[in-house]
Write a protein that binds this ligand. Structure first.
Ligand code: OOG
Ligand code: MG
Length: 264
């Protein structure tokens, strides 16, 4: 068990992330300023960020798993998955225009989203438990925006930065997971009408429900549970695609319909 951050360090590191996010100005990755930052300390920063947002009136509406596909891991050079929290301030309606100027260097990911109908908790969570606690799955686009210069980071820095969470959009058709094969579920991502990525959802840890199980286990380590009624993003199936003002994205999912977003 690594040492926890002293209160002054925790406040300083959390300030850095919060200011970078509020001002949409990139900062050096956190481990440059604080060498030796451990993963446990990084999650301590993330939890402090969450506490501040909730104190400011945001609601935690769910959680996300990140770096859960090989495509994402290779793209970012980080080969361990992690988690982040999702708040009411990050949700945008289907096909809405994302304010690009509020972000630093946004990228778009297509993901299978879960809506839970029972609590999930504990040190060991299985795919079967996740599926039994899932009310429905639906297609989502996540807009990530690393607060770090050049979108470059290590595992510790990115988890302190709430796994680059910025915005997300749900759409398509909600379906019960029973009767769907979430491994062979295909997705095609289009940017400005051209196909830019395609894959099957098994790219996410062989089964996207396994990413939710991983998330529950990491939450347990933080002393948290996944409440019923949580939205969970299971992680980008393909690599993330950069977005500029004027760009539009559509992810077309087999069985689940499509979800779209635009950038203003
Ligand atoms: C970290 C967040 C990754 C995903 O779906 O894999 C993520 C990043 O790549 O900036 O959200
Ligand atoms: Mg993601």
């Amino acid at each position: 068990m690594s040492a926890t951050l002293a209160a002054a360090d925790l406040a300083r590191l959390t300030d850095r992330i919060e200011q970078a996010q509020r001002n949409a100005i990139a900062i050096p990755k956190l481990s440059d300023e604080f060498p030796g930052l451990t993963l446990a300390q990084a999650y301590q920063v993330q939890s402090e960020l969450r506490r501040r947002f909730v104190a400011g009136g945001d609601r935690v509406v769910g959680w996300k798993a990140g770096l859960t596909s090989k495509a994402k891991m290779e793209q970012m050079g980080v080969h361990v998955p992690g988690i982040g929290f999702l708040t009411s301030a990050m949700v945008r309606p289907e096909n809405s225009a994302i304010e690009t100027r509020e972000l630093i260097h946004p990228r778009v990911e297509c993901e299978v989203a879960f809506m839970t109908c029972a609590e999930l908790a504990g040190p060991k969570c299985t795919r079967e438990q996740v599926l039994a606690a899932t009310g429905f799955v639906f297609p989502a686009l996540e807009i990530i925006d690393s607060r770090f210069a050049g979108f470059k980071f290590d595992l510790e820095s990115v988890m302190a930065d709430n796994a680059s969470s910025a915005r997300f959009v749900g759409g398509g058709r909600a379906r019960k997971p029973q009767g769907l094969d979430l491994r062979t579920l295909g997705v095609v991502m289009e940017k400005n009408g051209e196909i830019v990525a395609c894959a099957a959802a098994a790219a996410v840890m062989n089964h996207p429900a396994d990413a939710v199980a991983m998330l529950v286990e990491v939450l347990h380590g933080m002393g948290e549970v996944l409440p019923a009624g949580s939205i969970v993003l299971s992680g980008g199936i393909t690599e993330a695609v950069p977005a500029k003002p004027g760009d539009s994205f559509v992810a077309r999912f087999q069985e689940l319909g499509s979800v779209s977003v635009r950038f203003a």
